[in-house]
Design a protein around this ligand. Structure first.
Ligand code: HEC
Ligand code: HEC
Ligand code: HEC
Ligand code: HEC
Length: 341
């Protein structure tokens, strides 16, 4: 190559490099060691993108606590089936709070026939009543996952009637074989819910819908013939793991020592939290969200007619702790049944 044509070549190489690296993150990145020395268990974060995600978390101002005392809501109102244990003031404060958390633009009318607040003919009111039971159930029975931080409607809804992250059975749930993917099934179509990989787009029906128990796919013995896990189950496991990592905005090593993904003693405490989280999500989907199917209008249902369901990103929304750890529940004990007893 002559000296004269070296420059355009360097320029062209630079442009090509820029095109290819366009999707990469600009340095600097920081890494934090979270496991034993030398095992590569660390979290890599880019302070600029992390700052943006954290700045996006907006926590509504707390509504002043209700004056204590006064009659119970059940004695004042006509059709109160879940919140009857609250005082009238607590009840009204709760209505104001959920309006801000779920339907700030639409107001009370999103759930109510404003001519008659006791009327149950608006479907959103029927759904919301079950949501109260679900939220209290999570705060009361799933402390192993949500701790004292707990959840409010805002954890999932964040000011919107339909939470940002929900899932339905995949369009192609019938295709059990990998080959089906080549005919345009749920396989080999890059899907956002599993990190744009070509793995099955719906590991959720099987692993988070209810049913199935321990998620174990790795061999525990060296010899062949002792390990009978199908490729499909393995793929579903990895697809779920990608959703979990993306949903929390972390790497696999947030929970695992990659020397042995299955080994619990070398995993982090966060993996135990996640184990409880998986069971909590199954419980919430099978006991509350799936059975709400008949309450929704057809436009809210999935391609198979199933109800919208929750997974990790419904609450976490890209953060290791939902709302970056903000403790909203302690200002709204109306949503924590045990606190009211
Ligand atoms: C996200 C849905 C939702 C929104 C928004 C909402 N409510 Fe409610 N409201 C409910 C549910 C559910 C019940 C029934 C609670 C129960 O059965 O324990 C209820 C019950 C009531 C009742 C009792 C009516 C009766 O006589 O039985 C009143 C009063 C009420 N709401 C007022 C309001 C006001 C005022 C607003 C706006 C500031 C509001 N609500 C916003 C869901 C909602
Ligand atoms: C674990 C996450 C989660 C929590 C906590 C939660 N919700 Fe929901 N909510 C959902 C999901 C998922 C849906 C289904 C979305 C849809 O309707 O398409 C939903 C739907 C709704 C709807 C129906 C919206 C529509 O237009 O179809 C209302 C109303 C609602 N929730 C109110 C509440 C209230 C009030 C609370 C707190 C007492 C609450 N939710 C707590 C996940 C949650
Ligand atoms: C938030 C914590 C968390 C993250 C992040 C995570 N995992 Fe997991 N992983 C778990 C838990 C919990 C289990 C066990 C699930 C169960 O039994 O229900 C598991 C199980 C597994 C298994 C099966 C282990 C066995 O015994 O057969 C593999 C393989 C695995 N994860 C790989 C990955 C990969 C690869 C990533 C990154 C893409 C990842 N995980 C990210 C928590 C996590
Ligand atoms: C109903 C809302 C909700 C859902 C759904 C949910 N989580 Fe969580 N998760 C929380 C809350 C709240 C915390 C914070 C608990 C605390 O502060 O002690 C948390 C904490 C965690 C932590 C600990 C983080 C840390 O920094 O210590 C892990 C890991 C985790 N969740 C994993 C998961 C996984 C994996 C899923 C899906 C299988 C999931 N979560 C689904 C609400 C949820």
């Amino acid at each position: 190559m002559t000296r004269a044509n070296r420059l355009p070549f360097a320029l062209a190489a630079g442009i090509v490099a820029t095109l290819f690296l366009g999707a990469c993150e600009r340095p600097p990145t920081q890494s934090k060691q979270i496991g034993y020395r030398g095992v590569g268990m660390e979290q890599v974060i880019n302070p600029r993108t992390a700052a943006k995600t954290i700045a996006a978390v907006k926590i509504p101002d707390v509504i002043p606590a209700a004056d204590p005392g006064g009659p119970k809501a059940s004695t004042i109102y006509k059709n109160v089936k879940v919140l009857g244990d609250l005082t009238e003031n607590e009840f009204n404060r709760t209505m104001a709070a959920i309006t801000e958390w779920v339907s700030p633009e639409q107001g009370c009318a999103y759930c109510h026939n404003v001519e008659n607040m006791a009327d149950d003919n608006v479907y959103t009111k029927v759904v919301a009543r079950r949501m109260f039971q679900m939220t209290r159930h999570i705060n009361e029975t799933w402390k192993s996952h949500v701790g004292e931080t707990g959840v409010t409607c805002y954890t999932c809804h964040a000011g919107k009637p339909v939470p940002e992250n929900i899932w339905f059975q995949s369009k192609d749930k019938a295709s059990k074989s990998i080959m089906a993917g080549y005919r345009g099934g749920s396989q080999n179509n890059a899907n956002k819910s599993v990190g744009s990989t070509a793995m099955t787009a719906d590991p959720f029906s099987d692993l988070l819908g209810g049913g199935k128990n321990e998620i174990r796919v790795q061999a525990t013995k060296a010899l062949p013939g002792t390990h009978n896990v199908s490729i499909q189950d393995t793929e579903k496991t990895y697809a779920l793991m990608i959703h979990m990592s993306e949903g929390l905005g972390v790497n696999c090593t947030f929970c695992h020592n990659s020397r042995s993904f299955g080994n619990w003693t070398s995993s982090t405490p966060q993996r135990t939290s996640a184990w409880h989280g998986i069971r909590m999500v199954r419980d919430v989907n099978s006991a509350f969200l799936t059975p709400l199917q008949s309450a929704y209008p057809a436009t809210r249902l999935g391609p198979h007619g199933d109800a919208p369901k929750a997974f990790c990103s419904t609450c976490h929304q890209g953060l290791a702790k939902p709302l970056n750890g903000a403790q909203m529940l302690k200002s709204y004990l109306e949503l924590n049944k045990t606190a009211l007893k």
